[in-house]
Ligand binder design. Structure first.
Ligand code: NAD
Length: 297
């Protein structure tokens, strides 16, 4: 299949690179031409714009920051809906809200284009190694075509149901991921303030039922060694926890921990933490409590 890939940021670049590395014919586009050129040097074809990319593609993927960019690229003037041929497949992998993904499904289905959503689980570091997990929502008739392409970018595909169910699953997944960011931050700042040896504390917390994937896999490689560069940008984390909070509000489900964590992310953004990894919430928590920043020795 001829593959189109739009959005070559922290995640999209790694995912598209996996496809290129496995010998697939991939046409790429990003507003940032530099990053598209890097992939071109590795064997991808560079498209001039979205319309150009769609002309060459049997299947198109988007990996964009959020609902606004996805709607613009998919439904806007010169976008995917206007330019992709009926019978082709469009899969959005970005993290968006339920209304956006349902609107995409309706618009693309009406034109005879197969639509699915496949938001991505696990860390950016996993995407770099081709070890991502995909939460796929699509009519089961198209699994045969879509799953093999996803397996070229990752190791695990869960079919979550019809189009839109990938996004619904992802919202719940990220609500838990992001609440753990705050739980980790409170626990580590308190540990440091109680005078504990942080290396010991870390070993205990990752060996008991207090353990969580964020603390175990991400924290020691990011904030706890002082690397604040984004795997998962705190601004995108705020977007995702807001999507979960809004989903709770619209389905009348109370989410007190989620909503509090959302507010703390908001405060961290106001304190200038956009552009840093979500784990830098721990530094923010140390700063506002006037405590030393927790670091492993
Ligand atoms: P990013 O900000 O690093 O990358 C987004 C890319 O989209 C950028 O290269 C940008 O230039 C491009 N872009 C924006 N608007 C565009 C447009 N109109 N046309 C073409 N390109 C455009 O973000 P990311 O970290 O790669 O995340 C992408 C999505 O994946 C988000 O929805 C995020 O929530 C989700 N996600 C992120 C992670 C993570 O750990 N970073 C993990 C899973 C899912």
């Amino acid at each position: 299949m001829r593959i189109g890939f739009i959005g070559l940021g922290r995640m999209g670049l790694s995912l598209a690179r996996s496809l290129v590395g496995k010998g697939e014919q991939v046409w790429v586009f990003d507003l940032n031409e530099e990053v598209a050129k890097r992939l071109q040097a590795e064997g991808a074809h560079m498209s001039a714009d979205v319309a150009d990319l769609c002309r060459n593609a049997d299947i198109v993927f988007t990996m964009l920051p959020g609902p606004r960019q996805v709607k613009e690229v998919a439904l806007g003037s010169g976008g995917i809906l206007e330019n992709l041929a009926p019978g082709a497949i469009y899969i959005d992998m970005s993290t968006v809200d339920v209304d956006t993904v349902d609107a995409l499904f309706q618009a693309f289905t009406a034109k005879g284009i197969v639509f699915g959503d496949a938001p991505v689980g696990r860390l950016a570091a996993h995407a770099d190694k081709g070890e991502s997990l995909f939460m796929l929502g699509i009519d089961a008739r198209y699994l045969e075509k879509v799953e093999p392409v996803l397996y070229k970018m990752g190791t695990t595909v869960y079919h979550c149901g019809a189009a839109g169910h990938g996004t619904r699953t992802k919202l719940i997944n990220n609500m838990m991921v992001l609440c753990y960011c705050q739980i980790n931050s409170e626990a580590l700042v308190l540990a440091q303030s109680l005078g504990l040896d942080l290396n010991n504390t870390f070993n205990v917390l990752t060996s008991t039922t207090a353990s969580n994937g964020q603390l175990k896999e991400k924290w020691p490689n990011k904030v706890l060694k002082g690397d604040l560069s984004p795997g998962f940008d705190l601004a995108l984390g705020y977007k995702d926890i807001s999507l979960a909070s809004n989903a709770g509000a619209s389905s009348r489900v109370a989410l007190p921990v989620c909503d509090t964590t959302r507010n703390i992310f908001r405060m961290a953004l106001a304190a200038g933490k956009a552009g840093q990894d979500t784990s830098s919430l721990t530094d923010f928590w140390a700063e506002i409590n006037d405590c030393p920043k927790p670091r492993l020795g």
